[in-house]
Ligand binder design. Sequence first.
Ligand SMILES: [Fe+2]
Ligand SMILES: [Fe+2]
Length: 347
Amino acid sequence: MSRGATTVVRSLTMSPRLSSPTVAGNSAVIRAITGPETPVATWWIKSSPVFGARNASTMTLSEKEHKEEKVKDRKEEAVGGGGATAADDGGWKGKEVASYWGVPPSRVVKDDGSEWKWNCFRPWETYQADLSIDLKKHHVPKTFLDKFAYWTVKSLRLPTDIFFQRRYGCRAMMLETVAAVPGMVGGMLLHCKSLRRFEPSGGWIKTLLEEAENERMHLMTFMEVAKPKWYERGLVFAVQGIFFNAYFVAYLASPKLAHRITGYLEEEAIHSYTEFLKELDNGNIENVKAPAIAIDYWRLPADSTLRDVVMVVRADEAHHRDVNHFASDIHYQGLELKDSPAPIGYH
Ligand SMILES: [Fe+2]
Ligand SMILES: [Fe+2]
């Protein structure tokens, strides 16, 4: 893993209202959004216990005088500011937000000085995948619990194979919606445990949440090459409801089992991506250009293809496999995760 230098600077185009600690411009902001002030908007601002009282008590004369200028500034920012589009910035649509807190966005630039266009992740979260990781490593199930975990995962694979057949792009996208759940559930439960017991987690909260975020970035990437159909979205809805709760209960009952299940899920993910690569090499799936989000997230060369993306995603899965089998092994030795330093940033 390597991390490059990044630069963050505060936006120089920040409006006077946003840079001011006072909160005078509420009605101005509302009008900037809704256009000419309407009776409804005026009533709400004046009668609001938060906006109204704060507005009256903190607005200075000079601020009132400059109110119209601020409206103009905000309108100009909304039209010309940012520069990113909804298509290339992970969902930012440049909408105005009516909030007097006015937290200004950081202006982030790449190493080459060009604008960083992703709001859903930042340069310091990117990395180069370690492709040298052993993809064939397998935890041989010996105990009853291990065998239960192994056969649970194997039995889940059967309906998945039937449903998706050889549609590996779609399969990857759908499976990532499930793969991002265990890290979040485990991280959340360890977080609560740390609070309850007044004790540190040994870095495991961060490690598991990192895993969840990494899996979610896999999903964001594959969404660029496979668009889910309406019934697939419905399926994700149902599966998430079942899987989240089942994994939550499993983790409460036995973290040892839960991490082992995730370890075997990751082994299956490696297998799926290997099959994906075979289909790409056979020409059954077109090796299209890598999505821009993937090029920035994994620091890939600009001319990378879908095959390169699948390679780095598969390496990620192998790292998740190691982390989860390791976590299970810690429990097997009668220890808790906090007793062993977590592999934070293990990619
Ligand atoms: Fe994944
Ligand atoms: Fe994974």
